[in-house]
Design a protein around this ligand. Structure first.
Ligand code: ADP
Length: 495
């Protein structure tokens, strides 16, 4: 199958969060299974080496009031072609997100991605065409990610694409990585990007505004999210971020597949935990003490990640024999919280700002416990990386955390971490204390760590599930609701 991934970011080229990890690791896993994925992302000017990349095409995108020139750069990653769309007006900015015209920018990116399928034929001719594929560059399926690429699904229902057989035969999948980001814009966005508000293109108004994620949810052949638990949660008013009704209307084609991590990028280190911990403590300026549990946080410092639970427990936590290392940037209030804790307890706390991948790995490798008390968590990669590095997660039982971390059971000696359910500081603290009590019991601790180390966090089981989902999407695209789509797999929600 030829699959076009359309997304805002892709590791190792440019990564803001878990979405980038997935776009950098799922396509290579699909290629291993014998398929032909390729990836389209915006050419942010901060992508290292962009200027030296091969330019494989240049074309004009029809755009209201003008035409916009787009240049396609190409780089290979794990045998998969990654294409970077460059455009001076909308795409060649330093950051991936965070501009006032983001909705307009990503609508343009979506349209440019669709147009680029037309012209990439020549370049893609080198890729063998599978049986059933028509046309040189056209994919059998486009897999769009989050609201940023959702306009692809709306354009496909709009002329000229809905009248062109090369486009109408393409099946579509939308993956929701985080429902709280929806691409909400004023209705005056539509004429600027060449879309019209109509039931046909399924663009809906959300509180009088445009909501691109809703448009995607209504228009995709199938809609997926990044863990089975999150797929169930987003159908509820508490977790649906206002889109639970739109999602429920697509319940028949809604599925949840757990993300994998790039197991080569996150390969467990050869050195002993003891050594790695000592090195980490030394490099952070913390006392090198083997017996003291070293707690770690590597995260965006946002409300989603549960940082409101820290202020009420920090004093009690730091009254114990512990060390805490935090790596993350985000909300100023949380940055200040950990900075002040460092000033007050320099021998116990180390707060580190910025996005620092090497330090993140050093922390995953050297810490004893990994804290992830998320308010909600579509999948979460941090806990899986931690498990792979022999670091025991303490997490809230929500979304993908509930699908990957299992409470340690003293009797059966099963389980790889510690969980709490109510979003309350006391519940978080008692889960940490449960972890401490086992930390002191060496045999149990070794068992918990080894249960984590032996888990499979790769794409080995999830990538074939995506192929299943793609096949279901092709069927749904061809036959619509006339056939039962998702039968017989526990990851899929039945109606
Ligand atoms: P989200 O995508 O919501 O931010 P995930 O857990 O899915 O959360 O993915 C976060 C990814 O980003 C993980 O690979 C994590 O290690 C990494 N990460 C988060 N903050 C930092 C940071 N400050 N420096 C380096 N890596 C980070």
């Amino acid at each position: 199958m030829r699959i076009a991934f359309i997304a805002a970011e892709a590791s190792p080229f440019i990564k803001v969060g878990g979405l980038g990890d997935v776009i950098g690791s799922l396509p290579p896993a699909l290629r291993q299974l014998g398929h032909q994925p390729f990836v389209l992302i915006p050419a942010c000017s901060s992508i290292p080496g962009l200027a030296e990349m091969m330019v494989v095409g240049e074309f004009c995108v029809p755009w209201p009031g003008s035409e916009e020139l787009v240049r396609i750069h190409k780089a290979m990653h794990s045998g998969v072609p990654y294409y970077f769309l460059e455009n001076g007006r909308y795409l060649s900015r330093e950051r991936v997100y965070g501009y006032p015209d983001d909705a307009e920018r990503f609508a343009f990116f979506s349209r440019a991605a669709l147009e680029s399928l037309r012209i990439m034929g020549t370049d893609l001719k080198s890729v063998p065409i599978m049986e059933g594929s028509m046309g040189a560059g056209f994919p059998d399926l486009v897999h769009v990610h989050d609201w940023h690429a959702s306009p692809v699904l709306l354009y496909l229902k709009t002329p000229p694409y809905c009248e062109n057989p090369a486009y109408t035969r393409i099946a579509t999948v939308l993956t929701i990585h985080n429902l709280s980001f929806q691409g909400i814009a004023d209705p005056d966005l539509l004429p600027k990007v060449g879309l019209a508000l109509s039931p046909d293109n399924a663009l809906s108004e959300f509180s009088g505004r445009i909501n691109l994620m809703t448009g995607g949810i209504k228009s995709a052949d199938t809609v997926g999210t990044v863990s089975p638990t999150y797929a169930r949660e987003i159908l509820t008013p508490e977790m649906g971020c206002g889109l639970e009704v739109a999602l429920s209307s697509r319940r028949r084609v809604l599925f949840g597949i757990l993300n994998g991590i790039d197991t080569e990028e996150f390969a467990p280190p050869f050195q002993s935990k003891r050594l790695l911990k000592a090195q980490l403590q030394a490099s952070l300026g913390l006392p090198v003490r083997e017996e003291v549990p070293l707690l770690a946080v590597v995260s965006r410092l946002s409300e989603q990640k549960g940082f409101d639970l820290f202020p009420p427990i920090l004093d009690s936590l730091l009254a114990e024999e512990v060390q805490l290392v935090v790596l993350g940037t985000g909300d100023e209030r949380y940055e200040r919280l950990f900075r002040e804790a460092t000033e007050q307890c320099p021998a116990k706390v180390s707060a580190n700002g910025g996005f620092n991948a090497p330090l993140a790995k050093q922390i995953y490798a050297g810490a004893d416990l990994f804290l992830m008390p998320s308010r909600f968590e579509p999948c979460g990669l941090g806990q899986m990386i931690a498990l792979r590095y022999g670091t025991v997660p303490v997490v809230r039982r929500t979304g993908g955390l509930a699908d990957t971390v299992f409470e340690y059971n003293e009797e059966s000696q099963e389980g790889n971490g510690f969980l709490f359910a109510p979003y309350q500081p006391s519940a978080f603290l008692s889960a940490i204390r449960r972890a401490f009590s086992f930390y002191k019991q060496e045999t149990h601790w070794e068992r918990i760590v080894s249960n984590g180390l032996t888990g499979d966090y790769s794409w080995a089981s999830s990538a074939p599930r995506y192929i299943e989902a793609y096949q279901n999407s092709l069927r749904q695209h061809r036959y619509g609701d006339r056939f039962p789509v998702f039968m017989g797999t526990e990851l899929i929600l039945s109606p």
